[in-house]
Design a protein around this ligand. Structure first.
Ligand SMILES: Nc1ncnc2c1ncn2[C@@H]1O[C@H](COP(=O)(O)OP(=O)(O)OP(=O)(O)O)[C@@H](O)[C@H]1O
Length: 231
C-alpha cells in the first residue's frame, strides 16, 4: 500500500534519513522503532511532506506522492496524529475535529460516526476548548481529528507518550480496534515494546536514519531490543 524507495530526508544541510526502503501492507499495523533522535519523526514528516526536504519515492496505492503538498497527501488518505498532539489553541473540541474534515477529498464535512463510537467522551464536550482537556483526552482528540479526514492509512507518532497510565490502555485499545475492527492500515512510531509486540504485525528499527532490523512482530526479540533500543 505504501512503498518508499531510496527515501532521503534533510533539514537544511542535515541529512537525517538515508536511502530508506520500506513497504507497508494494506490492513496491517506497522511499527517504527528506534532510540531517540534516529529519525522516526522525520520519517513520518517526510511521508506527510512537512518541513523536510526529501529525495526518493513515496508511493501510496501506486501513486507517487513524493512531490505532492501536505494537504494533497491528506486528501489522498494519510491521516496524521503528530507527536505532542498539536491541538489548536482557541478552538473547541468540535472545531478541532472539523479541521480534519477540511482535508476530505469527497467534500463532506460531517464527522464520521466512528469518531463518536471510539471516543464518546468527546461528544459530551464539544464546546470545551481542546487545550483544556487532559493530555490523554487531547490525544484522543488528535486521533479523532485525523479520523475526520477519512484516512486509508493512519500515521501516529508515539500516541501514548506522556499520557497518564489509566488512559494509555484506552488509546491502545482504540488503535487496535481501528485496525482489527475497521480495517484501517496503521503506521505507528512507538517506544513501548510491549505494545509494539502485541499490536503490530511487522516492525522496522531505525539507527541513524537507516534500517537496522526489520521483520514480523514475532521476530522482535529481546536481543534486537537490547542491541538497537537500550540506552
Ligand atoms: N526541525 C529540525 N531541524 C533540524 N534538525 C532536526 C529538526 N527536527 C529534528 N532534527 C534532528 O533530526 C534528527 C532526527 O530527529 P527525529 O525527531 O526525527 O528523531 P526521533 O527518532 O523521532 O526521536 P524522538 O524519539 O526523540 O522523537 C535529530 O538529530 C534531530 O536533532
Amino acid at each position: 500500500m505504501l512503498k518508499l524507495r531510496k527515501l532521503n530526508a534533510y533539514y537544511g544541510t542535515s541529512h537525517i534519513i538515508h536511502d530508506l526502503d520500506l513497504d507497508v501492507r494494506k490492513g496491517e499495523i506497522f511499527c517504527i522503532l528506534g532510540r531517540n533522535g534516529v529519525g522516526k519523526t522525520t520519517l513520518l514528516r517526510s511521508l506527510l511532506g512537512i518541513d523536510t526536504r526529501t529525495r526518493g519515492s513515496i508511493e501510496l496505492d501506486g501513486v507517487d506522492i513524493s512531490e505532492a503538498p501536505t494537504y494533497k497527501r491528506a486528501q489522498f488518505g494519510i491521516g496524521y496524529v503528530p507527536q505532542g498532539r498539536e491541538i489548536v489553541p482557541g478552538l473547541n473540541v468540535l472545531e478541532n475535529i472539523l479541521l480534519g474534515c477540511n482535508a476530505r477529498s469527497d467534500g463532506r464535512r460531517d464527522v464520521p460516526p466512528l469518531v463518536w463510537t471510539l471516543f464518546p467522551f468527546l461528544k459530551e464536550h464539544l464546546t470545551r476548548r481542546g487545550t483544556n482537556l487532559s493530555g490523554g483526552q487531547q490525544q484522543q482528540l488528535a486521533i479523532a481529528r485525523a479520523l475526520a479526514t477519512d484516512p486509508r492509512v493512519l500515521v501516529l507518532d508515539e500516541p501514548t507518550e506522556g499520557i497518564q497510565p489509566n488512559v494509555v490502555a484506552d488509546i491502545e485499545k482504540a488503535i487496535v480496534s481501528l485496525n482489527r475492527d475497521h480495517g484501517l492500515t496503521v503506521i505507528l512510531v512507538e517506544q513501548k515494546i510491549r505494545f509494539a509486540r502485541t499490536a503490530a504485525q511487522r516492525f522496522v528499527i531505525l539507527e541513524k536514519g537507516r534500517v537496522a532490523a526489520a521483520g514480523a512482530a514475532a521476530e522482535l526479540s529481546n536481543e534486537l531490543v537490547r542491541k538497537h533500543m537500550s540506552l
